[in-house]
Unconditional design. Structure first.
Length: 216
């Protein structure tokens, strides 16, 4: 199940990316076969975000997939694509923040003892977007880098390295193991586990974090 705070972090990252897109270019987004390039990726991100919002099970999200598809078709050939996408993300983020506030009011409220937890959440959200991850599958297999994630998602310069060391504590070169998972196609399983979507009894079967070499 998706954590509501992770959903908020993902929304923040998507807003950062969308605000760097060219909002004046006309969008041709009539159907899936007509999508291309960054516009297609943005539609995929919005679809995944809506599904994650519904998977959070913290109440009924403010938008459905049918609404997304309807509004997306409506902006075909116009210059409202980025504005529409921003609207989707802002609506989901506002709902998630409100739900998170309700949850915090129902239990003891307190700040994290350090910022590392927030950094871990942001790095994981960044990797999810970078690999176009959804439900155990990825469409982008190129390994992320410290510099790339820092520039695209405004993370600290070594955020990815710290994250990977925490995930592979016994590996002398954590990024090498992560890169091997990207090469051999097991990165989807890793992201599934890191996003806490993998059933506990199957977690040990993930080659990348088991005793088996990841690039066998």
């Amino acid at each position: 199940m998706v954590e509501i705070k992770d959903l908020i972090s993902l929304c923040d990252l998507m807003l950062e990316v969308l605000r760097r897109e060219d909002s004046n270019a006309p969008w041709i987004v009539i159907g899936a076969e007509g999508f291309s390039g960054s516009r297609y990726r943005i539609k995929q991100w919005i679809d995944a975000l809506v599904r994650k919002a519904h998977d959070a099970r913290e109440g009924l999200p403010p938008i459905t997939q049918a609404e997304v598809d309807r509004d997306w078709r409506a902006v075909s050939g116009t210059k409202r694509g980025i504005t529409t996408a921003l609207g989707f993300v802002k609506r989901i983020r506002a709902w998630a923040v409100a739900e998170n506030s309700k949850n915090r009011n129902s239990r003891r409220v307190g700040r994290p003892t350090n910022t590392e937890k927030d950094s871990t959440t942001r790095v994981l959200a960044a990797l999810t977007v970078h690999h176009s991850y959804e439900n155990g599958s990825v469409t982008q297999f190129a390994p992320a880098t410290n510099r790339g994630l820092a520039e695209q998602f405004e993370l600290s310069p070594n955020a990815l390295s710290r994250f990977l060391r925490s995930r592979f504590p016994h590996e002398p070169k954590p990024h090498k193991k992560y890169a091997a998972a990207c090469r051999n196609g097991t990165i989807g399983s890793l992201l599934m586990r890191w996003n806490r979507e993998l059933p506990g009894h199957l977690a040990d079967l993930t080659a990348a974090e088991s005793g088996r070499p990841v690039d066998e």
